[in-house]
Design a protein around this ligand. Structure first.
Ligand SMILES: [Zn+2]
Length: 261
């Protein structure tokens, strides 16, 4: 710890958050706890790579990386944590190594599994925020239900072609199903649909920004859906309101009511 690199690491960890401390709206007590924050990233594709990179260098203390996939040569154009040497390795292992190089004091748990309804509760429990880096519709529905029940924020995102979306869901605001319902839509498959590499950097960095703002106490805006369209150079937000007919919000309210009786 106190070797050449150890001393250097202690210095750089303080430097990592210095520019955050100078920002308005930051709560210093929350900033001091950033090094203890626990964030789960589900999916280590382009979005997960970009968000993990920024969360690590900004001083988030722990990341749990969940993905059963291995690195493919076609990933290298947008998954910035992977070098050509990583091709064929488990994504979570290669990402853990790269993140530890960037931020040596970070704690990273690599989980080489795909998320299922069965393993989800054990894998996500105990995290302050969940980041959705998936390209499949069904797991988002499972994550949304679990998060609403446990009061954990989730930053959802999707990216395909030239277009991306981000929606941070907080316990006090509308959930993912308030907007999209619970019918699993089509998966966003960039293997067949194509994708502009930097798009996932933009969208993943936006996810990391929402996570960091929340963790350091910057007031969050509930129900904001970000839409980015790189083909037509458009960037806009849409306000999402709680849906009184949302099955997920209804069932979590009923569960709350039952426990308060
Ligand atoms: Zn809802």
């Amino acid at each position: 710890m106190f070797g050449r690199n150890g001393v250097f690491n202690l210095i750089t960890d303080k430097e990592r958050v210095r520019r955050l401390a100078a920002l308005p709206h930051v709560r210093s007590a929350r900033l001091e706890r950033l090094g203890q924050a626990r964030v789960a990233i589900v999916g280590l594709g382009g979005l997960g790579n970009a968000s993990a990179q920024y969360l690590a260098v900004q001083g988030v203390g722990h990341l749990t990386l969940i993905d059963g996939d291995v690195v493919d040569g076609a990933n290298l154009g947008r998954q910035v944590l992977f070098s050509p040497d990583a091709v064929g390795r488990l994504k979570v292992e290669a990402a853990k190594e790269a993140l530890t190089q960037l931020a040596p004091r970070i704690s990273v748990r690599a989980v080489p599994e795909f998320l299922t309804p069965q393993n989800l509760p054990d894998l996500l429990l105990g995290h302050d925020v969940v980041v959705d880096g998936l390209d499949q519709a069904a797991p988002r529905i499972w994550i949304n239900r679990w998060a609403r029940r446990h009061g954990v924020p989730v930053v959802f995102a999707g990216a395909i072609g030239y277009e991306g979306q981000v929606m941070a869901v907080y316990p006090e605001g509308p959930c993912f199903a308030c907007l999209w319902g619970e019918a699993a839509g089509a998966d966003e498959n960039c293997m067949t649909g194509g994708i502009l590499g930097p798009l996932v950097g933009i969208v993943g960095a936006l996810q990391a920004s929402e996570v960091i703002k929340y963790l350091i106490g910057v007031p969050v805006q509930l129900g904001t859906l970000w839409l980015v369209d790189l083909l037509n150079s458009r960037w806009r937000t849409v306000t999402v309101y709680p849906n009184p007919l949302c099955p997920v919000c209804q069932s979590s309210k009923e569960a709350e009511h039952a426990t308060s009786l």
